[in-house]
Design a protein around this ligand. Structure first.
Ligand code: 1HN
Length: 355
C-alpha cells in the first residue's frame, strides 16, 4: 500500500499531490490533527470484569495447555480504542494469567519488563533469575527487562494474577528481544523467603553494605517482591493522617526511584464512603481492584467495580474513585509515568473546586 493520495480541483496542485504520493511524501499543509490543543487519546476508558475474567480463565485452563510456543495462558485485555491490538492502553499490556493446580510455565526472558499483581491463590512460585519468589494475594512481583522468569504451582488450586508489561512501548521502539530459558526442565525450587527479600527488605530504611554481596544493579529495584502485608500495614498507618484517600508508591529501596525504568506502581486506599478529588495525568494507566467495591469515573464514564476488576485510564483523562459504604476500596495502578517523566512530558492536575 502506498502513502495517502491527496486530491485537489486545481489540476496543477492535483498533479503535485499525485507526484508526492508516488514518492511516498505527504503535504503537511493538508495534514490536520497532528497538533491538538490537548492529548486526544485513542485508548478508551474501559473496565474488564473480574467475574468474566475468572470464568474465561478457568475455561481456557480446561482447554488450552501451556506449552513451549504458547508459553503462557494469558487473557490479554484489548482496549477497544486500539484497533484490535492486544493492549490495555497505548503503552501498557495487561492480562489475566491463569495457572492451574500443579501446572508450570517454562522459563524465558524478554526485553519488555513485566510485573504481576496477585488476585487469587497462594501456591505459585515465580523464579526470577533463579530466585524463588512465593506469590500470594495482593503481592506485587517484578520480572524486570531481560530477567529469566518461570512460574510453577505447587498446589492443586488454580492461581490468577494480573500481568502488566511495557510491551507496546518496547514494540514501538522496535526493541523486542526474546529468548527461551536454558532448560526445558521446570525448576520447582521454593523458598520461604526470596534472596531478594533477605537482602533488600530489611525495613526501617536499612540497606546492606557488604563487600561480598552484589550491589543493587542500576536497571531496576533489587527488591523483586512487595508483600501485601507490608503494603496494607503502611496504608493503615497513613490512613489516620490524611483527609481522604491514601496513595503509596512502590519504590526501589536503595534509590527511592520507581521499581522499574518504564512502569510506576501505586496502591491507593479510598476509605469507605469517600470520593477522591478528580485527578488527571499525562500517560496512560492500568488499574486493578484488590478489595472493596465502588464506582470509578474515567473521562466522564462511570464504571462500578469489584475485587478483581481491571480498568484502563487514558492519558489526560479525569479519574475519580468512590468507595462503597461498607468497605475501603484498595486499587493497584500501573502507569508509564517513569517514561513520561524521563522525557519531561509529565503533567498532572487536581480538580480542587469539586471539593
Ligand atoms: C509473559 O512473558 C508473561 O512470563 C505474561 O508470565 C504475560 C504478555 C505478553 C508478553 C509476554 C509471563 C505476557 C508475557
Amino acid at each position: 500500500m502506498g502513502t495517502r493520495r491527496f486530491t485537489d480541483e486545481d489540476i496543477q496542485l492535483d498533479s503535485l499531490y499525485d507526484d508526492l504520493a508516488d514518492l511516498d511524501l505527504q503535504p503537511l499543509w493538508r495534514l490536520s490533527g497532528t497538533l491538538t490543543d490537548e492529548p486526544v487519546p485513542r485508548t478508551q476508558p474501559y473496565r474488564w470484569r473480574a467475574r468474566q475474567l475468572r470464568e474465561l480463565g478457568e475455561r481456557a485452563g480446561r482447554l488450552v495447555p501451556i506449552d513451549r510456543g504458547g508459553d503462557r495462558r494469558v487473557l490479554s485485555c484489548a482496549n477497544p480504542g486500539l484497533g484490535g491490538a492486544p493492549h490495555a492502553t497505548s503503552t501498557l499490556w495487561a492480562g489475566l494469567q491463569y495457572l492451574g493446580g500443579h501446572e508450570y510455565a517454562p522459563a524465558h526472558r524478554h526485553t519488555p519488563a513485566a510485573l504481576r499483581f496477585v488476585f487469587e491463590g497462594s501456591g505459585v512460585w515465580t523464579l526470577v533469575d533463579g530466585d524463588p519468589i512465593h506469590m500470594s494475594r495482593g503481592d506485587l512481583v517484578l520480572t524486570p527487562s531481560w530477567t529469566f522468569h518461570e512460574h510453577h504451582n505447587t498446589t492443586a488450586d488454580p492461581m490468577l494474577w494480573l500481568d502488566v508489561l511495557d510491551v507496546p512501548v518496547v514494540s514501538y521502539l522496535e526493541s523486542i528481544f526474546y529468548e527461551d530459558g536454558p532448560s526445558e526442565d521446570v525448576d520447582r525450587r521454593t523458598a520461604v523467603r526470596s534472596t531478594a527479600e533477605q537482602r533488600w527488605a530489611l525495613g526501617s530504611g536499612l540497606k546492606p553494605v557488604a563487600r561480598d554481596l552484589p550491589g543493587p544493579g542500576a536497571d531496576h529495584s533489587p527488591l523483586l517482591v512487595y508483600r501485601w502485608s507490608d503494603t496494607d500495614e503502611a496504608l493503615r498507618a497513613l490512613a489516620g493522617q490524611v483527609e481522604r484517600d491514601v496513595r503509596l508508591r512502590f519504590t526501589d529501596p536503595v534509590r527511592g526511584t520507581d521499581v522499574m525504568p518504564t512502569m510506576r506502581c501505586e496502591m491507593q486506599r479510598v476509605p469507605a464512603g469517600r470520593t477522591t478529588t478528580p485527578h488527571r495525568q499525562t500517560g496512560s494507566r492500568v488499574g486493578a481492584v484488590l478489595n472493596g467495591t465502588g464506582t470509578l469515573v474515567i473521562a466522564g464514564r462511570e464504571f462500578d467495580v469489584q475485587p478483581g476488576d481491571v480498568f484502563a485510564v487514558p492519558s489526560w483523562s479525569w479519574l475519580t474513585l468512590a468507595s462503597g459504604t461498607a468497605e475501603d476500596l484498595d486499587v493497584f495502578t500501573v502507569s508509564d509515568a517513569p517514561i513520561v517523566e524521563a522525557v519531561r512530558l509529565y503533567r498532572e492536575e487536581w480538580q480542587e473546586e469539586q471539593r
